[in-house]
Design a protein around this ligand. Structure first.
Ligand SMILES: Cc1cc2nc3c(=O)[nH]c(=O)nc-3n(C[C@H](O)[C@H](O)[C@H](O)COP(=O)(O)OP(=O)(O)OC[C@H]3O[C@@H](n4cnc5c(N)ncnc54)[C@H](O)[C@@H]3O)c2cc1C
Ligand SMILES: *[C@@H]1O[C@H](CO)[C@@H](O)[C@H](O)[C@H]1NC(C)=O
Ligand SMILES: *[C@@H]1O[C@H](CO)[C@@H](O)[C@H](O)[C@H]1NC(C)=O
Ligand SMILES: *[C@@H]1O[C@H](CO)[C@@H](O)[C@H](O)[C@H]1NC(C)=O
Ligand SMILES: *[C@@H]1O[C@H](CO)[C@@H](O)[C@H](O)[C@H]1NC(C)=O
Length: 565
């Protein structure tokens, strides 16, 4: 028992130290940028009427939901419902240095990051703010691996895919400037054979590159919320602190007959004062769920769309039996090492990456952390004049993954996290990828580029001053490396799936069996985009928005296509 507790503590310590950590060191905060124009059409849910009609009701003002809403507002009347608040004006959210304090400040119902722990004990996070997880993430931006379009199961028009990326990139993507740690990582990767060097590139190609960033040159965050600046202000309402509890469904035609059908006709949401509101969709309109890989399957289940026996167990009336809601949930495991360098380093999130053909992908960060005694939490800042030290981190995440998990309800209260299980490394292929990736980290540590980060010990031997577990000494031993992978697994927060294409939605993201209901977010991904997902999900929001507008222009839906409202 004691050992287990110690194990958990170590896991917590490493999970935290291994990327990140910490508290807003900067007293000098960057000046906030100009007030974003989207604030004009954002209101607290308390200010919205108890019932209103829209062409599109979008649930979740996140990474995919914001670009989708902005795009549809060009031609239609749109309501975007977000359970969290506005990021603008919250310094820790708006700056690169605030990354860790945002992730660790999870005590209030209003914190922008909602923490959860998967059943295997790995701490994780979900965004709860306008901009969604793109408003709390590490800002690395890279377009999907070209394979993604081929194997994801959806229909892609690659010309429109590219136009959609460009639309996103004009607004929120910047070229980062490398400083000491990221430059050393670039050199180390090249020395370790992760080549060619592709320079600054938004494309996912084998080799070492500098990717894009959603932090600008002054360290200010941009997120999917900024894409709302593209919206037609006279066609859009965005409600914050609007927690959607259920999708409203209507039956048409004789029940049970072949002509009967179920349609989504709106949603019920609750404001901060506890008042209920109905947002209904007009003829030919749709409800679109963009609540993310945790939020969207949860909302379908709470609306009675899911596996019949399971819903019955919870006493939820079954509207439609859809067996795979909450299944095919994935998370890419992250493993790595952290050390304290002999000279302090600047703060950096992910900028340089090494894309290998070994089934793994290398990233790095450096963080300034307040030094406190381990008896207290690593997250509690010393009361006065804390000492700061920097921690450099090298990590790898595997592609895929192939290990499959699932999500179950923990409560019928939508504000509670569901229970999730990712079954990390249950597939031997994932384990082999992790061993390959961690061996590559060993190669990088042995390069000349990393030599300056070693510290001379008592005997004059230069070594790394590791924080948390070091890599096994014999890196050729598969079992030792596999044990390291299992022991030190944490998340890089790229979890996806839960309502995947081909199981819960069709290739055009329509929910099987229900009219006027689509899903547009990370829950639909059958495979990870190869790289970090935010670029792909912002593109997806724009892409589906353009597609819906085009479909309705070319071929206005007839009344029977959208069910009776
Ligand atoms: C800490 C962290 C670091 C990351 N770093 C990177 C990175 O550097 N690069 C990268 O590419 N990716 C990164 N990611 C991953 C990436 O940010 C996510 O994969 C992506 O943002 C998910 O987008 P989404 O649209 O599926 O969901 P989200 O962006 O999470 O949006 C879902 C939205 O729905 C809202 N919502 C949920 N339920 C309800 C409800 N019932 N009613 C109303 N609203 C609701 C949520 O509040 C949220 O705003 C990171 C993620 C995290 C958490
Ligand atoms: C919404 O209400 C909260 C307090 O309930 C307040 O702090 C915030 O400024 C309001 N936001 C908007 C956009 O009106
Ligand atoms: C889309 O952009 C990629 C670069 O990101 C390019 O390689 C590809 O040819 C483009 N495809 C189309 C159809 O324009
Ligand atoms: C915005 O929407 C209004 C109302 O539908 C429309 O009249 C106007 O032309 C739109 N503006 C732009 C720039 O598309
Ligand atoms: C692991 O790396 C080896 C080369 O060292 C490669 O042959 C193998 O395919 C990789 N494994 C996986 C699962 O990608």
């Amino acid at each position: 028992m004691k050992q287990r507790r110690r194990g958990l503590f170590l896991r917590f310590l490493t999970a935290s130290l291994l990327f990140l950590l910490v508290a807003s060191v900067s007293q000098a905060r960057p000046r906030p940028g100009r007030e974003p124009s989207y604030l004009k059409f954002v209101a607290n849910a308390t200010e919205l009427p108890s019932e209103e009609n829209y062409d599109y009701v979008i649930v979740g003002g996140g990474t995919a939901g914001c670009p989708l809403a902005a795009t549809l507002s060009q031609s239609y009347k749109v309501l975007l419902l977000e359970r969290g608040g506005v990021p603008y004006g919250r310094p820790s959210l708006m700056t690169q240095e605030g990354f860790l304090s945002t992730l660790t400040n999870v005590d209030s119902f209003d914190s922008a990051s909602q923490s959860f722990v998967s059943e295997e004990g790995v701490p994780n996070a979900r965004g709860r703010v306008l901009g969604g997880s793109s408003a709390i993430n590490a800002g690395f931006y890279s377009r999907a691996d070209p394979d993604f379009y081929q194997y994801s199961g959806a229909n892609w028009d690659l010309r429109v895919v590219n136009e959609s990326y460009e639309w996103v990139e004009r607004a929120v993507v910047f070229r980062p400037e490398l400083r000491n740690w990221q430059s050393a990582v670039r050199d180390g990767l090249l020395e370790a054979g992760v080549d060619p060097y592709n320079g600054f590139s938004l494309d996912h190609e084998v080799g070492t590159k500098i990717g894009g960033s959603t932090f600008d040159g002054r360290g200010r965050r941009h997120s999917a919320a900024d894409l709302l600046n593209y919206a037609n202000a006279s066609n859009i309402n965005v409600a914050v602190y609007a927690s959607v509890e259920r999708v409203l469904l209507a039956y048409s035609g004789p029940r049970g007959s072949s002509r009967s059908s179920i349609s989504a006709i709106g949603v019920v949401y609750r404001d901060r004062m506890g008042q209920y509101h109905h947002a209904m969709v007009r003829e030919n309109g749709e409800v679109i769920l963009s609540a993310g890989a945790i939020g969207t399957p949860q909302l379908l289940l709470l609306s009675g769309i899911g596996p019949r026996p399971y819903l019955s167990y919870w006493g939820i009336p079954v509207a439609y039996h859809l067996p795979y809601v909450g299944q095919y949930l994935y998370d890419n495991p992250r493993n790595g090492i952290s050390f304290v360098p002999p000279v302090p380093l600047e703060h950096s999130l992910i900028q340089v990456v090494g894309i290998t053909e070994l089934g793994a992908y290398v990233e790095a960060a450096s963080n300034v952390i307040p030094f406190v005694s381990p008896a207290r939490s690593v997250f509690i800042r010393a009361p006065s004049a804390p000492l700061y030290l920097t921690v450099a981190t090298l990590m790898e995440k595997i592609v895929g993954p192939q290990s499959v998990g699932y999500l179950r309800l923990a409560s019928t209260d939508v504000r509670m996290n569901p229970l999730v299980r990712f079954n990390y490394f249950s597939s031997p292929i994932d384990m082999e990828r992790c061993v390959n990736g961690t061996r590559k980290l060993g190669d990088v540590l042995r390069t000349r580029a990393m030599a300056d980060f070693r510290v001379r010990d008592w005997f004059g031997v230069r070594n790394f001053r590791f924080v948390g577990p070091a890599l096994p000494v014999d890196q050729s031993d598969f079992e030792q490396m596999a044990d390291f992978c299992r022991r030190t697994v944490s998340t890089i927060w790229h979890y996806h799936g839960g309502c995947v294409v081909g199981k819960v939605v069709d290739a055009d993201y329509r929910v099987y069996g229900i009219r006027s209901l689509r899903i547009v977010d990370g829950s639909t991904l059958t495979i990870s985009p190869g790289t970090n997902p935010q670029a792909t999900l912002m593109m997806l929001g724009r892409y589906v928005g353009l597609k819906l507008i085009k479909e309705r222009e070319v071929q206005p839906a007839t009344k029977s296509d959208s069910g009776d409202l």
